[in-house]
Design a protein around this ligand. Structure first.
Ligand SMILES: [Ca+2]
Ligand SMILES: [Ca+2]
Ligand SMILES: [Ca+2]
Length: 137
């Protein structure tokens, strides 16, 4: 009786080893190369910070307090009620700076003179955005 038990245990161990060996072979040797094999992947280089040239640093400094880069500082935009993240606060096609300094139109009003035509649209077509008539250039 003990002999049969012994043979049974040996048999179970042999089967278990066989299954695990077969599993191991399937896992390790399935004919597929390991992921990434054969590809010359750069390792250390990709982790390096990209070099920033002096011109870029200069630009980053210049626009550090002007998020929408329209030439008007964030603080000034907030003071005027403009959107510091949007260079064209009223989406009329003219930047806030252009409206204030060049065209004297309202940077918060798409249609400053209220004639139904947007400021940018009027200027593109040669009309005065501040009233009737054409632009005198
Ligand atoms: Ca700005
Ligand atoms: Ca505008
Ligand atoms: Ca208008």
């Amino acid at each position: 009786m003990k002999k049969f038990l012994f043979i049974g245990i040996i048999g179970i161990i042999a089967v278990a080893l066989g299954i695990s060996g077969w599993y191991f072979i399937l896992r390790k040797d399935n004919g597929q190369p390991p992921v990434g094999a054969g590809l010359d992947l750069p390792t250390a280089q990709t982790k390096e910070e990209p070099e920033i040239d002096a011109g870029t640093i200069e630009l980053l400094k210049k626009f550090a307090d002007d998020q929408d880069r329209d030439g008007i500082k964030d603080a000034d935009e907030k003071a005027k009620g403009l959107n510091p993240n949007e260079f064209d606060s009223d989406f009329d096609g003219l930047s806030d700076k252009l409206e204030i300094e060049k065209w004297k139109t309202d940077p918060l009003k798409k249609d400053t003179d209220g004639d139904g035509f947007g400021d940018g649209n009027e200027i593109i077509h040669g009309y005065n955005p501040l009233g009737a008539g054409k632009l005198n250039q």
